[in-house]
Write a protein that binds this ligand. Sequence first.
Ligand SMILES: *[C@@H]1O[C@H](CO)[C@@H](O)[C@H](O)[C@H]1NC(C)=O
Ligand SMILES: CC(=O)N[C@H]1CO[C@H](CO)[C@@H](O)[C@@H]1O
Length: 302
Amino acid sequence: MKTIYFIVLLFSSIIYCALCEESENTPIVLWHGMGDSCCFPFSLGGFKDKLNETLGTYIYSIEIGSNVIEDVENGFFKHPSEQIEEVCKTLSADPKLANGFNAIGFSQGGQFLRGLIQRCPTIKVKSLISLGGQHQGVYGLPRCGALSISLCDYLRKLLNHAAYIDVVQKTLVQATYWHDPLDEATYKKESTFLADINNERTINADYIARLQQLEHLVLVKFDNDTMVQPVESEWFGFYKPGQSVEVESLEDSTFFEEDRLGLKKLVQESRIHFLSVEGDHLRFPWSWFEEYIIEIFLKNSF
Ligand SMILES: *[C@@H]1O[C@H](CO)[C@@H](O)[C@H](O)[C@H]1NC(C)=O
Ligand SMILES: CC(=O)N[C@H]1CO[C@H](CO)[C@@H](O)[C@@H]1O
């Protein structure tokens, strides 16, 4: 009897260890926000090291261009579609990512990663974590990252008056997700990035299929965000059309009702998660990130 018990114990520990090996944590790809870069030690560089320490897995932080200066500039001036194309090639060629990865987007990096998932068939993303991403765009840029207040002001005025002019759409990244609720028709027609990845003009069935392959879509909203207007965009909500005061949630929107992006399925299957955290744009305590993101979405348990 004792021997059988011992053998069972031995077997279960062998099985246990086999699972142990398999439960190595999934690699992670990071996409930084506006005014930031892949690798500043005080922001994503440090974040990457901390993640690596905690999870012991491969972390790749996306860099657009050949150095951090170009990387920051490209966050303002290189069209998201070009950025996505470049990133699609880089990630598809990385053998360490071939079995799939989790993706974490910071601010505009959130909607760019979503665009990447929808457009790049040669990568496999398990879950997308969007930290303050603007999935219905912005109608206001009260503060804009590393730029000075006066430059931000200029940017905002420019966007308010000229966001949908061809040359601005082509040269200013933030114009490509400028969403004017007073003129939805022009936004849908002229936005060269957001209106496309949100299927506002036509329904691209590939976009829907690829988004629906995600295990989880995690949307994090910063309750006291002073950079994003309206902040509900971080949860796929936006202003009700025709005005810029009242906001509506994703589930109350026509966009959801028409199911333009196939999000109903993700909602029904509880694969879309609306998380909020107190604090300004991208200001979250590491302890919060560990408890609500790492433990739940980034650790492979069995
Ligand atoms: C942040 O926003 C929440 C929800 O709107 C509010 O309850 C809280 O008091 C705010 N915190 C700060 C520090 O402003
Ligand atoms: C940048 C990076 O991903 N570095 C390391 C993270 O941790 C693993 C395992 O400890 C290393 O193999 C990576 O090179």
